[in-house]
Design a protein around this ligand. Structure first.
Ligand code: GLP
Length: 245
């Protein structure tokens, strides 16, 4: 893992967007992995700028998002990750929406018997992720791989941690019971197969988990992000003042 600190969020977003641009421009059919949340927002804003300035085109790009809620209450459909991606990125670039993928539909009911690992096969058939952006949860989750997620986990239904539901309740009228209980997430195995990973650490609340990640030498099942210690090409980007680093 390489750590790179930035003085402001726009410089951070610019850096990550450039990395995506370079990968996209070097492939005939780029395959990219995308995250939601506030962490990737500055990257997406900068990618839109690069597109407007004709420095990158997404015409042939295939995207796979990390995760999606299950059984989202109708009132909160706007919180679906597909909606987030459309509004934050896809509606502003020349991507073909048919090439954008999510691991489930946010309207799917929770059926614990149902498998979602077709998504992994689909990613493999697209030749795997060339680059993947990740955010991180306060508890060290990546995607929605909560503590306890095994290293060989595939795309599957996951139960959200109480702490994750509390953190995300800010988008659900500050009421935890409105936050879905389950989601479908790419597994750690799927994530580790990405050729290049950039993890964005953003928010003062992430300081503790950032310190733990810095110390990580091997995978600790209680700290899902620690799997990245064994990934061959991972960069962790953060804001210097937030991490006091
Ligand atoms: C959610 C998402 C994660 C994201 C995390 C951090 O729970 N499933 O993929 O990384 O929250 O969100 P934020 O970037 O808003 O801090």
């Amino acid at each position: 893992m390489i750590f790179k600190g930035f003085s402001n969020i726009n410089d951070l977003g610019k850096y990550v967007a450039e990395e995506f641009k370079n990968v996209i421009n070097s492939k005939d059919v780029p395959v990219i992995g995308l995250a939601t949340g506030s962490s990737p927002e500055s990257t997406y804003a900068n990618l839109i700028e690069l597109y407007k300035n004709k420095q990158v085109s997404f015409k042939n790009t295939i995207t796979y998002n990390l995760d999606e809620y299950l059984n989202l209450k109708e009132k909160y459909n706007y919180n679906s990750y597909v909606n987030f991606m459309n509004e934050t990125l896809f509606n502003h670039i020349d991507i073909n929406k048919k090439n954008t993928h999510f691991p489930c539909k946010y309207t799917d009911v929770v059926d614990l018997e149902r498998k979602y690992d077709e998504y992994d096969k689909q990613i493999l058939e697209s030749r795997g992720l060339d680059i993947l952006i990740l955010g991180i949860g306060n508890n060290g989750h990546i995607g929605f791989n909560e503590p306890g997620s095994p290293l060989d986990s595939k795309t599957r239904i996951v139960e959200l941690d109480e702490s994750t539901r509390i953190a995300n309740s800010r988008f659900f009228d500050n009421e935890v019971s409105n936050v879905p209980t389950h989601a479908v997430s790419m597994g750690l195995d799927t994530i580790m197969k990405a050729k290049k990973i950039i993890l964005v650490v953003k928010g003062n609340a992430k300081k503790e988990v950032y310190e733990k990640l810095k110390q990580a030498k091997e995978f600790d099942i209680n700290l899902p992000c620690s799997c990245l210690a064994n990934h061959i090409d991972t960069t962790i980007v953060y804001l210097k003042d937030e991490m006091q680093d």
